[in-house]
Design a protein around this ligand. Structure first.
Ligand code: ASP
Length: 432
């Protein structure tokens, strides 16, 4: 029996966990088990996410240092870096343009019942001022503050904080660069040590993933009870009011996942898109359940390495950077949300405003932490750039979590696809 259970693929076990979680959540809201779920079930989900986050920083540190030190020379690193960033930017701008066009054409704001507006403002005003404070505290006058923020002044401090992943990436690249530019015999001991640390980190991920089906069960059960809230009928009515907005986001995300990515896969990777999707399916399921690209990162790496044959030196470079700066789903959502809110407020957006949204949504998605709800907070920057009142965030608050689950799935799919493409570039170069 135990042997048979072991043979079931991880994605099937996760899927079963998710389905049971949704069923349990639905039963809970209809039988008064909401409090029971939040006291006894959701802690298992929290523990699972904590475990994944726990291993994210060690994974970035070790696998990036190992990956870079396995590279031939400095030139390979800069080529890989340049193509990675270029592809990430390209897919982000395409995603935003799709979001803008759909929202502009379908006009979801026209479907929003105006009588709901006041109640929503009242309900979410507190959360919005919290978000505004967060954005304000990270704002600075310099337009290149982004570069200042990437550079750590104390690696132990940065590595002790999951929101400073870019700083950890910076240090790992520097460390790896030092290794490849030194004579090999001087770095032998460190290379050996890092290699075996890498194996240990990967084994820890395997151990954590044994807990995945229970983790996703708990996460989905609590998402259902949280979203339904105290009054499921009220929440259902609210979802109805935001239905057209949600639909536009979903259609946009599907467009990216089912049209744009397959085109990229065909043009640049020559890998069948079906094979690609099959390979990263467990990571997609996890992205959907956790709403966090950072928490999903260990599994994303495992999937692209083991199922899609991406070299460790590529995935360890491309994926951590992608999880932090490449968010196609988030940027698309930010574009749709900005236009939707403008439409509800009766604000006309000019062509210049649209261009501003392309620019700020690119920056805002880069700046969004890879954790649940971050994209919505960074939306405030997009709104401010085209003079849409921040209160507008209240309109979309209620439905953010389910949309976050979907956009995170697209974010992780995008990172994985670019890693496959870069792998193809790199292996071509090796052959030359
Ligand atoms: N949850 C998203 C991610 O981690 C970010 C966001 O859109 O809120 O990829």
């Amino acid at each position: 029996m135990n042997l048979k259970l072991k043979k079931i693929p991880l994605s099937v076990k996760i899927l079963v966990g998710m389905l049971l979680g949704v069923s349990f959540g639905l039963i809970a809201i209809n039988t008064g088990l909401v409090e029971f779920t939040s006291n006894w079930i959701s802690p298992f989900g929290t523990v699972f996410i904590k475990l994944l986050k726990l291993i994210a920083i060690p994974l970035i540190l070790v696998s990036l240092i190992k990956g870079i030190s396995d590279l031939k020379d400095k030139a390979s690193l800069s080529k890989m870096g340049f193509s990675t960033i270029a592809l990430y930017m390209l897919t982000t701008v395409i995603a935003i343009s799709i979001g803008l066009s759909l929202a502009y054409l379908i006009k979801p704001g026209d479907y929003f019942p105006k009588d709901k507006q006041e109640a929503l403002f009242e309900k979410y005003s507190e959360s919005i001022s919290e978000g505004q404070n967060m954005v304000a505290s990270s704002e600075s006058d310099s337009p290149i503050q982004f570069f200042v923020d990437i550079v750590p002044e104390n690696i132990f401090f940065s590595a002790s904080n999951n929101t400073m992943m870019l700083q950890v990436i910076f240090f790992s690249i520097l460390f790896g660069l030092a290794i490849i530019t030194l004579p090999r015999d001087k770095t032998k001991a460190v290379r050996k040590f890092v290699n075996s640390l890498n194996d240990i980190v990967l084994r820890i991920i395997e151990i954590i993933m044994k807990f995945a089906p229970i983790g996703v069960f708990a996460l989905l059960a609590s998402v259902i009870t949280d979203v339904a809230g105290e009054n499921p009928a009220d929440s259902a009515a609210l979802f109805g009011a935001l239905g057209m907005y949600a639909l536009v986001v979903i259609v946009g995300l599907l467009g990216v996942g089912a049209i744009i990515y397959p085109i990229f896969a065909a043009l640049f990777s020559k890998m069948s898109y079906f094979k690609f999707l099959k390979g990263i399916f467990p990571a997609q399921l996890l992205a959907f359940s956790t709403s966090s690209s950072a928490a999903t990162l260990p599994v994303t790496k495992k999937c692209v390495d083991e199922n899609l044959g991406v070299d460790d030196e590529v995935s360890s470079f491309v994926l951590p950077i992608g999880a932090t700066i490449n968010m196609d789903g988030t940027s698309l959502y930010q574009a749709v949300a900005a236009v939707f809110i403008a439409q509800v407020f009766g604000i006309d957006l000019s062509f210049n405003d649209m261009l501003t949204i392309v620019l700020t949504a690119t920056l805002a998605s880069i700046g969004s932490a890879a954790v649940p709800g971050a994209g919505m907070i960074m939306l405030l920057i997009v709104l401010a750039s085209v003079n849409i009142p921040a209160e507008g965030l209240a309109l979309i608050f209620a439905i953010d979590r389910p949309l976050d689950m979907l956009r995170t799935t697209v974010n992780v799919t995008g990172d994985s696809l670019i890693s496959v493409i870069i792998n193809k570039f790199v292996s071509k170069q090796k052959k030359i």
